[in-house]
Write a protein that binds this ligand. Structure first.
Ligand SMILES: Nc1ncnc2c1ncn2[C@@H]1O[C@H](COP(=O)(O)OP(=O)(O)OP(=O)(O)O)[C@@H](O)[C@H]1O
Length: 805
């Protein structure tokens, strides 16, 4: 330990000189040691330093703390835990959601059970079971169940204690972790009457602020709302109003040497009431829905952080002097991205690049939790990789730092999600061993003044005891009183200025809220529901973002197109598949017709449309493949009928995103199948034509070949006949000569019978050879023909099977 760099604390002098016993000094030392400080005494000088600390602030803390704790009894209740920080384990809760409709449809088995603080997983087809113990295990599967944990139960058990801590001056953080669709957003934000932790927390913070006002404590709330997506941070309460800027600019994190990491340029608005927060939340969620539209799966891959700063100022009067005491607490309520995204399977292959940045925050969160939990067990100080991701850097104080923190891990009870459920439970178990060091965040100026005042009080008492024997000390105390009065006046002035500033900030926030709302309205988004006019409402795969954006279809024409700053279009959308001018919607006395622009993809109830279509209540409208809407027509609902199809049960018509998506996929599948069938038929037809042409060609070739062969045969025959007649001529000439010769011998005899026979034999042989040649040729011709026929046959059968050889 480098004592030289640290501030030493004189623990003895004031106390001893003011008559405090040595025992009391020893007691102080003991208490400091209990609080994590080491003390050393050399003569009258005692020093205290924080164990394992390396900053001089830690010493300052002790100094002020010691004086505050031991000198000012009146405020000791406020100073509870004001020391360097109190150990505070992260509270961990599990919530099991009901089976969703998909799981119900597939008759999924429930494999999770809850008993007291314990959550148990029973893998099917196995005797083995896995049990985990947490601070809370909430069973929210069946509302009829006796141990059902409602939104209120979860809030009361997990979030309410944090709210109490906020009013004691501590920072607080609650983050929801779990697989996509496991109920994080339901628990954090909830739905209307099923409000979740964030709206309940906000409502109660204002109720509590009103309560403490009676004790002269004013509580000011500032709020911010942002999301971290793809390692980029986006403000959800401020849109980019710069010309032609449709993409939001990402904010950066900076680190303040004392206050820690913060988001530079993030808007923080003063909220004067719960209604204010609700309006900001609605605006933030609309911004989120607008940004998420057209980006498949985005919402479950982004982390949203709702942050508040609660500043409490307490006015006290002591000896006719007004004293102010300020405490500032930072609150982070975090809805994390779906945890399965951090699994290795998702970060390989195609998703590798995307996953690497999307999951960096979740993966780093895992590493941070694991390192912190190791640190608790080994008592070593390992490296914690907070700065490896935006989220962990921002939540640095909430994880292992100065904050009261709770983690809610949400799981599905279905057997299909067993692996993810087990991994979530293991994660949560690790988080349970994290120990934070939380302290009350109070204004150091206030504390110094209060401490000085206490010091003077002691000097006064001393002066009273010593009956004016030490005039010098009395004078100095009077001097200090004057200086204190001066400081108090300054403090008072600052407070009045702060109050004024707060009022101005509130008015400015109101103005900004209106401006932000106007920006959204410019793009066609409505804030108030006009229950007479037909409208389009957005559908999103994240139920939290569904039905967030409402576009009213007024009487006349509404043009729909790409969002551009100066665009006059009634509905402006973003996304690659949205055309500059996408479609036109006309409302003529309640009859709403959609006319798509050429080449702008527009689907109605899953069908790609290119002609004007009349819309009816409940119709699904998909623009550019990514923007899903449901068309609502209040008048049709009132009349209880759809113009073209007669009466309808309107409830049935209110289809959700999944229905619209399935419908589109089904219709696209059918269209693709029809296109494939058409292409197949066309290919078959073309092949048949080719075959026919080939057959004709072969036929022609065959005929030509046959003609050629026949000609050759005829030629051969002619040659044979010529040869035969030549031979016959020769033979008869020969015979004539022989006869003449014989006659010459005066012996007129006929050619011998043997000679005649030989000649005939030769002739016969010749004819036979000729016949053989003829047959051979005929056979070859038959083989050629046979070969052609079988080739043709093969082609035909190949064409039947749809493959071309
Ligand atoms: N405790 C619960 N009781 C009733 N319904 C619930 C509960 N938890 C979740 N649900 C329903 O389950 C669906 C998915 O929940 P939710 O959107 O909160 O999941 P998520 O974990 O936030 O998902 P993502 O990571 O995609 O944001 C929603 O329709 C929601 O209404």
């Amino acid at each position: 330990m480098d004592v030289g760099t640290r501030k030493t604390v004189d623990l003895s002098n004031p106390a001893v000189s003011s008559g405090e016993s040595l025992e009391a000094v020893e007691m102080k030392k003991d208490r400091l040691e209990v609080l994590g400080y080491e003390t050393a005494t050399t003569g009258f000088l005692s020093v205290a330093y924080k164990k394992d600390s390396s900053t001089s602030e830690d010493f300052l803390e002790v100094d002020q703390e010691h004086q505050a704790r031991f000198s000012l009894g009146a405020l000791s209740n406020l100073a509870k835990g004001r020391q360097g920080g109190e150990d505070s384990a992260v509270t961990v809760a599990i919530r099991v959601r009901p089976l969703n409709s998909r799981e119900q449809k597939m008759k999924a088995k429930t494999v999770v059970s809850v008993s007291g603080q314990e959550t148990t997983v029973h893998p099917p087809h196995s005797q083995q079971k896995f049990s985990f113990s947490f601070d809370f295990s909430f069973w929210s599967c069946d509302a009829q169940d006796g141990c059902y944990a409602s939104q209120e139960t979860v809030y009361e058990s997990l979030a309410r204690p944090l709210l109490d801590k906020v009013f004691q001056g501590y920072n607080a953080c609650l983050f929801a972790y779990g697989q996509t669709g496991s109920g994080k957003s339901y628990t954090m934000m909830g739905y209307n009457e099923d409000a979740g932790i964030i709206p309940r927390f906000c409502e109660e913070i204002f109720l509590k602020a009103a309560e403490v006002k009676e004790d002269n404590v004013t509580c000011h709330i500032e709020m911010s709302y942002f999301e971290v997506y793809n390692e980029k941070l986006h403000d959800l309460l401020t849109s980019d109003k710069e010309k032609n800027k449709t993409k939001k600019t990402a904010l950066r994190i900076r680190e303040h040497p004392e206050l820690g990491p913060y988001v530079a340029g993030l808007s923080a608005y003063v909220a004067g009431s719960f209604a204010d927060v609700q309006a900001w939340l609605e605006l933030g969620n609309k911004q989120r829905a607008t940004a998420a539209t057209g980006m498949n799966d985005k919402s479950s891959r982004s982390h949203s952080v709702f942050a508040m700063v609660a500043t409490q100022t307490k006015r006290e009067t002591s000896d006719g002097e007004s004293l102010t005491h300020t405490m500032r607490s930072h609150v982070n309520l975090v809805d994390l991205a779906g945890s399965e995204r951090s699994s290795s399977a998702q970060t390989s292959g195609m998703r590798l690049k995307e996953g690497a940045s999307i999951n960096r925050s979740l993966m780093t969160l895992g590493k941070v939790i694991s390192a912190l939990s190791e640190a608790t067990q080994s008592k070593k100080k390992p490296f914690i990789p907070y700065r490896d991701s935006l989220l962990t850097w921002l939540l640095k104080e909430s994880l292992g730092g100065n904050s009261k923190t709770a983690m809610l891990a949400t799981v599905s009870p279905a057997a299909v999600n067993l692996e993810e459920t087990l991994s979530t439970l293991r994660y949560a178990k690790q988080a349970r061993s994290i120990i934070n060091v939380a302290k009350v965040n109070e204004d150091s100026n206030t504390r110094i003044i209060r401490e000085l005042k206490a010091e003077i009080e002691k000097l006064r008492a001393f002066q009273r005891c010593s009956q004016g024997t030490d005039l010098m000390k009395f004078d100095s105390s009077l001097h200090e009183i004057l200086s204190l009065k001066q400081k108090l006046l300054e403090q008072e002035k600052k407070l009045t200025e702060a109050q004024q500033e707060w009022k101005e900030n509130l008015a400015r926030a109101e103005q900004c809220k209106l401006e932000e709302a106007r920006e959204l309205q410019k793009a066609g988004v409505s804030f108030k529901v006009d229950n007479r006019l037909p409208n389009l409402v957005n559908l999103n795969e994240d139920p939290q973002l569904s039905e967030m954006l409402l576009y009213i279809i007024k009487e006349g024409q509404t043009k729909v197109g790409r969002h551009m700053v100066d665009s006059e279009y009634g509905i402006q959308l973003t996304g690659a598949l949205i055309a500059d001018s996408h479609c036109l919607i006309t409302n003529e006395q309640g009859t709403v017709t959609l006319t798509p622009a050429a080449d702008a993809e527009t689907y109605i109830n899953g069908d790609l449309v290119s002609e004007p279509v009349t819309l009816h209540h409940g119709d699904r409208v998909i623009l550019g493949r990514d923007h899903y809407f449901r068309f609502n027509h209040p008048v049709e609902v009132q009349n209880g009928r759809r113009a073209s199809e007669g009466p309808v049960a309107c409830k049935e018509m209110l289809q959700d995103f999944e229905f619209a998506k399935n419908e589109l996929v089904e219709s696209q599948k059918q269209r693709i199948e029809a296109e494939i069938e058409e292409a197949r038929l066309q290919a078959q037809q073309e092949m048949m034509q080719e075959l026919q042409t080939a057959r004709d060609l072969a036929q022609r070739e065959l005929s030509a070949q046959r003609c050629l062969y026949e000609e050759q045969i005829r030629e051969l025959q002619r040659e044979m006949e010529d040869e035969l007649s030549m031979k016959q001529e020769l033979l008869s000439k020969e015979m004539e000569q022989k006869r003449h010769k014989h006659l010459g011998k005066l012996l007129l005899t006929e050619p011998s019978a043997q000679e005649l026979e030989e000649s005939q034999l030769r002739h016969r042989r010749f004819m036979e050879a000729l016949q053989l040649e003829k047959e051979k040729l005929a056979q070859e011709m038959a083989q050629v023909q046979q070969a052609r026929l079988s080739r043709e046959e093969e082609r035909k059968s190949a064409a039947r099977q749809g493959t071309v050889p």
